[in-house]
Design a protein around this ligand. Structure first.
Ligand SMILES: Nc1ncnc2c1ncn2[C@@H]1O[C@H](COP(=O)(O)OP(=O)(O)OP(=O)(O)O)[C@@H](O)[C@H]1O
Ligand SMILES: [Mg+2]
Length: 419
């Protein structure tokens, strides 16, 4: 059975249940990912949370009944009611007959007994599948997350992330945030010539009280218009960051920005895994040499496991490309079983002078590298007419919505907290 790929909202204060749902969602074939997560008891789920849930536009809601079943039932009734009309899957300890009847009356589609297993979840999803809108049909609401990764040090992921963010912002005119998730030795701020006062660890540590004002104070504004959430200056600040923290932060950030470009670390640290899980597009930056290709090959299975819709979203970008290289693009494609999505010229002069001046290449006049980054950005947002194949995928749906004027204005003020 192949299910579509569905986005769910989860309301539960049960850490173990939330972790299980994440793990199961990732398992191949289950095709479930979390659009919003509310890590709180139902009693604390109020109007702001309801609005955030609706804004995330999930296909279904997973609702934990444990704790206050009466309140949970009330919430279930509201979610399944005519105004919101979402399928609800309730979860909890073995229910009494009375509770089961009440759940039925509240319009709850399925009940799953904790601990939830992959089979039970899959069967429940299969039963309600006709009522679910797949992510492909719905499009992903909120901003698009682009994770930029290279499997070998020095392949050029930070340079790509910084320049791509600027180009995406320039081409689309949309709010763009660059996040340096290379917690240990991130150097994006250096590439942008900035000295940030705060960093994303500050955001994680204060996430329980984050609102647009606080977020604003952690963000640095680059002259290009791109916003930056930098890595901590000292690597020890990053110790102990959890996957869940980063996941929640990215869910929040994508509700406040149209594009979130994330430079992820080379290690599969919890932050990296969370970034891939949230990513609409993962760019694998590789140079054409055997160690790079081999590392990408080794990383692919994990990526595919973590990203619920990896097939269309993982894109290979060959950096420092030189048509005279001994290994051809065809060889690369054959080795990795992935088409080359874009190439970036080997452009020592432009890249070096940009580093020395603290001014990203794309702002430094015309050079082969900036031309190539522009093409990459266009391909990602489906504005590259010569490469129409991507119109429907990745970020393309979003630009179509831009063109049709359907997307609401970017949330400069009212970003909402998820969970
Ligand atoms: N297309 C290119 N042409 C020439 N030099 C490049 C190119 N891309 C990147 N470089 C240079 O390669 C070096 C590594 O680039 P960068 O820091 O972006 O890589 P990284 O993958 O982020 O590395 P790290 O492993 O340190 O995080 C830098 O000195 C950069 O200027
Ligand atoms: Mg880097």
């Amino acid at each position: 059975m192949t299910l579509g790929y569905f986005r769910a909202a989860l309301v539960s204060s049960d850490d173990q249940l939330r972790e299980t749902i994440h793990t199961l969602g990732r398992e191949q074939g289950l095709g479930l990912t979390l659009a919003a997560e509310f890590a709180m008891p139902v009693a604390e789920f109020g109007l702001p949370q309801l609005r955030a849930l609706q804004q995330a536009a999930p296909a279904l809601v997973l609702l934990d009944m444990e704790g206050d079943a009466t309140l949970a039932l009330e919430l279930a009734r509201h979610l399944t009611g005519p105004e919101i009309a979402l399928p609800v899957v309730a979860l909890g300890p073995v229910p009494s007959t009375d509770l089961l009847l009440a759940l039925l009356r509240a319009g709850v589609a399925e009940f799953l007994t904790k601990p939830v297993t992959a089979e039970a979840l899959q069967e429940a999803l299969a039963r309600i599948e006709p009522r679910l809108t797949s992510a492909a049909e719905a499009g992903t609401p909120g901003g698009k997350v682009v994770a930029v990764f290279s499997a070998k040090g020095g392949s050029g992921s930070s340079t790509v992330a910084a320049n791509l963010a600027i180009e995406l912002q320039r081409l689309s005119g949309r709010r763009t945030l660059l996040v340096d998730l290379d917690a240990e030795l991130g150097e994006i701020s250096l590439l942008l010539g900035m000295q940030p006062k705060f960093n994303f660890v500050d955001l994680l540590e204060n996430f329980h009280r984050v609102d647009q004002g606080l977020l604003s104070s952690y963000i640095e504004r680059h002259a290009s218009g791109v916003h930056l959430l930098s890595a901590p200056y000292t690597p020890d600040r990053a110790v102990g960051i959890t996957e869940e923290q980063v996941r929640h932060a990215l869910m929040y950030l994508r509700s406040a920005y149209d594009f979130v470009v994330v430079d992820v670390a080379k290690s599969f640290a919890p932050a990296t895994v969370a970034a891939f899980e949230q990513a609409d597009a993962a760019l694998l930056i590789s140079t054409v040499d055997l160690p790079s290709l081999r590392n990408i090959q080794r990383a692919l299975p994990l990526l595919r496991r973590v990203m619920p819709h990896a097939e269309g979203a993982v894109r290979l970008v060959v950096n420092r490309y030189n048509a005279d290289d001994e290994i051809s693009l065809k060889d690369v494609e054959r080795t990795l079983g992935l088409p080359v999505f874009a190439t970036l010229s080997n452009d020592y002069e432009a890249v070096m002078s940009s580093i020395n001046s603290g001014k990203p290449v794309v702002l430094n006049g015309k050079s082969p590298y900036s031309r190539d980054v522009r093409t990459l950005a266009k391909r990602l947002i489906g504005a590259d007419d010569k490469h129409g194949g991507d119109r429907q995928g990745l970020l393309g749906r979003m630009t179509d919505a831009f063109r049709a004027g359907k997307r609401p204005a970017p949330a400069d003020k009212g970003g909402k907290r998820h969970g």
